[in-house]
Design a protein around this ligand. Structure first.
Ligand SMILES: [Zn+2]
Length: 223
């Protein structure tokens, strides 16, 4: 009975999170058109997957100089030896999430293996930050629902793909984002390429000129 209740609660949470993400843009649009709320500045959430890497420190430095908060979805296997980078992320106010331990497609694993991938990464993050993250970006956008991960995990996908890992070309990446960006976007990038770090900081500068604010994904989805 208790297990069934917990399962039901987990499913409810996941559905709610998905609805909130999908609704973020339309809600803002409604507010603007009905005039019931004063116009807020447009907002985006920058998200970085696959790190931490040798390039993450320079990204953190650049974001700190610009007063910008972002969200980092970490691979468990990249954490050892880079604990200081993760401490710095936390100190700078970034949100830290889970990206599985070995960057695996969870839907291709058994329930037990999938749980292990998620929980071991959350544990590694907890050891450094003292926080058991609830946010996960499932690799390849494929989330395995309904498992008991010890804490209710909220899958966070994206609305704008910078394709940074594919092009690895700074002007192309910047252009890809700037031509599509809109209020409420969750932008997908990866902090394991020098070109991604350069692009991200250029994108921040350009979006700031356009009046954009930068939030972490928790702020975007619980608006
Ligand atoms: Zn990834």
């Amino acid at each position: 009975m208790w297990r069934r209740f917990r399962l039901f609660f987990l499913i409810e949470c996941l559905v709610l999170a998905a609805l909130l993400i999908a609704d973020a843009r339309s809600k803002r649009f409604t507010q603007e058109t009905t005039g019931t709320t004063a116009r807020e500045d447009p907002r985006v959430a920058l998200t970085f997957d696959d790190g931490p890497s040798e390039y993450t420190t320079s990204l953190l430095d650049g974001l700190r100089e610009r007063g910008v908060k972002a969200t980092f979805f970490l691979q468990g296997q990249c954490i050892e030896g880079r604990e200081g980078i993760i401490r710095q992320m936390q100190e700078d106010g970034h949100l830290i999430g889970n990206h599985t331990f070995h960057h695996v497609q969870l839907t291709k694993l058994s329930d037990e293996q999938a749980k292990q991938e998620v929980v071991s990464t959350s544990n590694a993050i907890f050891k450094i930050t003292g926080i058991y993250t609830a946010f996960i970006r499932p690799p390849f956008g494929e989330w395995k629902k309904g498992l008991d991960y010890n804490v209710t995990m909220i899958p966070v996908l994206w609305t704008l793909d910078s394709r940074d890992w594919y092009t690895q070309n700074t002007p192309v990446i910047v252009n890809e984002v700037m031509k599509q960006v809109d209020d409420g976007d969750i932008i997908l990038m990866h902090d394991c390429f020098q070109t991604s770090v350069e692009s991200a900081l250029q994108i921040v500068d350009r979006l700031k000129e356009q009046g954009y604010e930068f939030v972490t994904v928790d702020e975007m989805i619980v608006e």
